[in-house]
Design a protein around this ligand. Structure first.
Ligand SMILES: [Fe+2]
Length: 252
């Protein structure tokens, strides 16, 4: 099976459009969405509508922002002030149909096929970040599948676990570049973050997405330039904090 993998769109319609246009001619059987359609960005309705148009080809898990926007009074207390403001604003502008869509998203983890899992944060907690090898070690212990795609940190990266000379080895690496092809070793296990469509945080402002061919065990990461200025202006015009607009320029 061939999958388009998208995560952390965060109400950024310009970035989402650019990713879909870039991926349009690549063959795919399904779309894996790792959560956070909304939050931060100023086009939550348009982003959800685009996801809804993609219909049943999308296999999704909800993100923490998708959950919090449905009940920001309760959930946003743990957010920083900018994220909280964006969550409250998103909750106000969401149409009833788009709220229902967010409400219908399943909490992860979700098994996609025999050896493939998706989740938002970590396999056991949609709010947990996987940054370090120690965190990855704990996550590997919780999953049986050899390939797990996760989001939430907005940083394209990969943790690879294998056995060398009867010793377990685990290594984490950042994934950089415009197009990066990785052939996964069948004897090893992987946790892979395809980066964020709408709010990259690895100092590369381009939108990120992945393609995965589960038969060939080949993962490809793409970075796509998009109209950052238009996304930025939309955030400012909505009256959201300028810092949410400016961080898009820096991929931060
Ligand atoms: Fe996110």
């Amino acid at each position: 099976m061939k999958y388009l993998i998208i995560s952390d769109i965060h109400g950024n319609l310009e970035a989402f459009r650019a990713v879909l246009a870039h991926a349009a001619r690549k063959r795919r059987d399904a779309v894996l969405f790792l959560g956070d359609a909304v939050g931060y960005g100023a086009a939550p309705n348009q982003v959800i509508e685009r996801l809804r148009q993609m219909g049943s080809s999308v296999v999704a898990v909800r993100g923490n922002h998708d959950r919090v926007v449905l009940d920001p009074g309760e959930g946003a207390v743990f957010f920083n002030p900018h994220a909280r403001r964006a969550a409250l604003w998103s909750a106000e502008v969401l149409t009833p149909a788009n709220r229902r869509y967010l409400d219908s998203l399943e909490a992860g983890p979700r098994k996609v096929e025999k050896d493939l899992l998706i989740c938002h944060g970590s396999p056991t907690d949609e709010d947990e970040y996987l940054f370090s090898e120690m965190e990855a070690q704990a996550a590997f212990a919780k999953v049986e599948e050899s390939v797990t795609f996760f989001g939430h940190s907005h940083v394209p990266c990969m943790f690879e676990r294998g056995v060398v000379d009867e010793q377990e080895s685990l290594v984490g690496m950042l994934l950089r570049g415009s197009r990066l092809v990785i052939d996964l070793d069948p004897s090893r296990r992987y946790l892979i973050n395809p980066g964020s469509v709408g709010q990259p945080r690895d100092r590369d402002p381009r939108a990120a997405y992945g393609m995965y061919d589960s038969d060939a065990r080949r993962f490809t990461l793409y970075r796509v330039p998009y109209n950052v200025e238009a996304a930025r202006r939309r955030i400012i015009a909505a009256g959201l904090p300028t810092v949410l607009a400016d961080r898009l320029l820096h991929g931060a």
